[in-house]
Write a protein that binds this ligand. Structure first.
Ligand code: ASP
Length: 363
């Protein structure tokens, strides 16, 4: 058995749809440092985006106390947020696409087997991360999309449900009435008199990423989202793409992203964070390096898509999270006020929020 996890535990982790309760510990904000403290007694740690405080607590406890493999612990941890109607960026209650349909993206990756599973643009399924885990465990594939992913889920016992809450529907109706930004760009033209419309991407973004290190130093991760609000139907972001919205390597660590998915895809964000850590960078250093690379790419892209660039920095949000198998951890965000962007972390000291390092700070 690779690691302390039985196949039964793997399948239990993969097919549970009931949402357990987990107790969030007191929130404690700390300022970011370049070298965050390591867990002293064990490498076990769970990191997530700021909406994952309960997630990291649950994932940490599952891997430490119940010996779940890290990928399954992450998948079960994010289930709390997938089922939460108040988080409009993930799962049930997520904001729909421009046609008013909720389409979800999710993926998970397992360090010890270097395997991954993913579903994209899946409809009517509350726990896409669990379906992604089944794709990983029960198929020879990595990605399933659209109706095929939905049918795969139903075949495995996931009940189809209406994911569009009243609240999300009202926000969609309000957006549709104004229709300030629908992601379509004007065609490229040399005609200087041609009207172009490069409106800033002002709609809400959001997702949950969770990376976990087990007490044995194995790693795994998961990212799940309803994606960019009011997106073009069929659009998928970085969250279901291995190497973009998440990546792990059991020799190194685990990483993931939230924010503008297109930037994370074009920069190979998750993969690059892992490669930097492989070369010796700390988690924070690897995240900062990757964000700087992506910023440079966006500066070039801004020549044809000016809305991506804001004077001297990217105009969008992107946050990266990373853990090394030794239990060190960190996160960095592209822009914002220092201390504003938080991430959730749980180790032997409990669950808390800490501040991500800001690459382009604003006053
Ligand atoms: N990364 C997600 C996507 O592009 C959205 C987000 O994290 O805000 O779909």
């Amino acid at each position: 058995m690779a690691g302390p996890v039985s196949r039964r535990a793997i399948l239990r982790g993969a097919t549970l749809t009931a949402i357990g309760t987990s107790v969030a510990r007191p929130v404690r904000a700390e300022s970011a440092t370049d070298e965050p403290p390591r867990a002293a007694s064990s490498s076990a740690v769970a990191i997530a985006s700021a909406n994952g405080l309960r997630t990291v607590s649950k994932a940490y406890n599952l891997t430490v106390r119940r010996r779940y493999r890290p990928a399954s612990a992450a998948v079960q941890g994010v289930a709390l947020v997938e089922a939460d109607p108040n988080d409009v960026t993930v799962g049930y209650g997520g904001l729909p696409n421009e046609a008013g349909v909720v389409q979800l993206d999710a993926a998970c990756m397992d360090g010890p087997t270097h395997n991954a599973g993913s579903v994209a643009a899946i409809e009517d399924i509350m726990h896409p991360a669990q379906v992604a885990e089944l794709v990983m465990d029960r198929t020879d594939h990595v990605h399933l999309v659209g109706p095929g992913a939905r049918q795969f889920a139903i075949d495995h016992g996931f009940p189809p449900v209406n994911l569009l809450t009243d609240r999300a529907r009202q926000r969609w109706l309000a957006w549709r009435a104004q229709r300030r930004n629908d992601d379509r760009l004007a065609p490229l033209t040399d005609d200087p008199s041609a009207e172009t419309d490069h409106r800033a991407p002002t709609r809400p973004w959001g997702t949950i990423h969770c990376s976990v290190v087990s007490p044995q130093g194995d790693v795994g991760c998961c990212t799940t989202t309803s994606g960019l609000a009011f997106k073009i139907p069929g659009r998928i972001g970085d969250s279901p793409l291995i190497g973009a919205g998440l990546y792990c390597d059991n020799e190194v660590g685990s990483a993931g992203a939230t924010g503008r998915g297109e930037a994370a895809i074009l920069g190979g964000a998750g993969w690059l964070v892992i490669e930097r850590m492989r070369q010796g960078a700390s988690p924070v250093q690897a995240c900062v390096y990757t964000l700087r690379r992506i910023a440079e790419q966006s500066r070039r892209a801004a020549s044809w898509q000016p809305a991506l660039w804001d004077v001297d920095r990217p105009a969008y949000s992107l946050t990266l999270y990373a853990v090394r198998k030794d239990g060190s951890y960190g996160a960095a965000t592209m822009r914002g006020r220092p201390g504003e962007t938080k991430f959730a972390i749980c180790d032997h000291r409990g669950a808390r929020l800490e501040a991500a390092t800001v690459v382009f700070p604003t006053a």
